[in-house]
Write a protein that binds this ligand. Structure first.
Ligand SMILES: Nc1ncnc2c1ncn2[C@@H]1O[C@H](COP(=O)(O)OP(=O)(O)O)[C@@H](O)[C@H]1O
Ligand SMILES: [Mg+2]
Length: 364
């Protein structure tokens, strides 16, 4: 059984790793021959928006999937001539464009931050001078890890912020004063059966995920999130892992964005759940039965961003699971992560804090 994966970053690498014990071989399309997934499978070098490159990968595999949303969806869709394709290209296309994504959420009755589309410079006039500030402006396409967005503190800053982002089609949305950020990861199989992991609590620093702790135990919110994710999945007849990021506010959950793929806030499932998000994605897209999403106690994930800490220093921390993606260091680049699993949430949090201080102060 061979799975083709568009993108060979760390998500591809962890998908490839999960495939090995299952006897699933993965091949990747990436612009770099030395991308993280090179350690676990063959990389075909090509651009992710190159239709011919995607179609040529599709001809070598039985199933094609993706680890990233910014790909040629026309080619992803056309690949169905050669192999099975999951998730649905329409879901990937919706996740590429914040306006389409948020409009869909609303059509499905899923609450989002109030937003206005800025498709041309003239649309800036639609934003009332007396509106509540700050707001946040985001390019419709190609934003990730906080890139392609800016906080706008007053109407007078708006034109400048829009220009700074390249004057490209964007949205401007209300600033949400959330209590916390949560995400829900679900997986749907070909027959429409869905399993959910528990809610994850995420902390972002400068728009980049820093830590995840799971489960966030709140049965009412879990149900609300599951209802929203199931609606999106059923709308697309989705197959594979889908993640939705939420803001938890006094009024409940506000959906922020979706990822039609495995997600950084689910990395803890490798050690912290009976079946990881990576294995469950492969199971779903290849038509295998889904695995249990039950958690083993509670888990914490700490992203290693910008520089890799000293390996022995991290590994001296009892019970730590270190994942090094094999990437070269660059500011704001995700280079690896650590996972901790514990039976007791309080102990887990203090172990996470100890690990964070080891990493934040590498020379102390
Ligand atoms: N409307 C908002 N109100 C408050 N914070 C926001 C809002 N939108 C985004 N953020 C913050 O910025 C982070 C990144 O924004 P997001 O829309 O998820 O884009 P990205 O694609 O970069 O993850 C969020 O996780 C959150 O911390
Ligand atoms: Mg996000």
């Amino acid at each position: 059984m061979k799975v083709g994966i568009v993108g060979g970053g760390q998500l591809g690498r962890m998908l490839g790793l999960a495939g090995i014990p299952l006897g699933i071989e993965c091949e990747f399309l990436d612009s770099s021959a030395t991308a993280p997934a090179a350690a676990v499978g063959k990389i075909h070098v090509g651009q992710l928006d190159d239709e011919a490159a995607i179609l040529s990968l599709a001809q070598r595999v039985s199933t094609l999937t993706t680890e990233i949303e910014n790909i040629s969806t026309a080619a992803f869709s056309g690949a169905a001539r050669y192999c099975s394709v999951a998730p649905r290209p329409e879901a990937v296309a919706a996740a590429q464009d914040r306006l389409i994504e948020k409009t869909l959420f609303r059509q499905l009755g899923i609450e989002t931050a109030p937003f206005v589309a800025l498709s041309k410079p003239g649309d800036l006039d639609q934003v009332s001078v007396n509106a509540d500030w700050p707001k946040i402006i985001k390019t419709r396409r190609l934003g990730y890890d906080g890139r392609g967005q800016a906080v706008v503190r007053s109407h007078s800053e708006l034109a400048h912020a829009y220009k700074n982002l390249g004057a490209v089609p964007s949205i401007i949305e209300d600033w949400i004063g959330f209590d916390r950020e949560l995400s829900l990861i679900g997986v749907r199989d070909r027959a429409g059966a869905i399993r959910f992991y528990p809610l994850c609590e995420n902390v972002h620093i400068n728009g980049i995920l820093s830590t995840t702790v799971a489960p966030y135990d709140d049965s009412r919110l879990q149900l609300q999130a599951e209802t929203s994710v199931a609606r999106i999945m059923n709308h697309f007849d989705y197959v594979g892992v889908l993640t939705v990021e939420f803001f938890h506010t006094a009024g409940g959950l506000v959906a922020n964005e979706m990822a039609p793929r495995v997600h950084n806030s689910g990395h803890w499932t490798i050690e912290g759940a009976e079946t990881s998000q990576f294995e469950n994605h492969l199971r779903a897209v290849t038509g295998l039965p889904l695995g249990s999403t039950k958690v083993r106690g509670c888990a914490a994930m700490l992203n290693l961003v910008s520089h890799m800490p000293d390996r022995p220093r991290v590994l001296q921390h009892e019970g730590v699971h270190l994942h090094d993606y094999g990437k070269s260091a660059r500011p704001d680049r995700k280079l690896g992560h650590c996972t901790l699993v514990d039976d007791d949430r309080k102990t887990l949090i203090s172990r996470l804090e100890a690990l964070q201080s080891l990493i934040v102060k590498p020379n102390s």
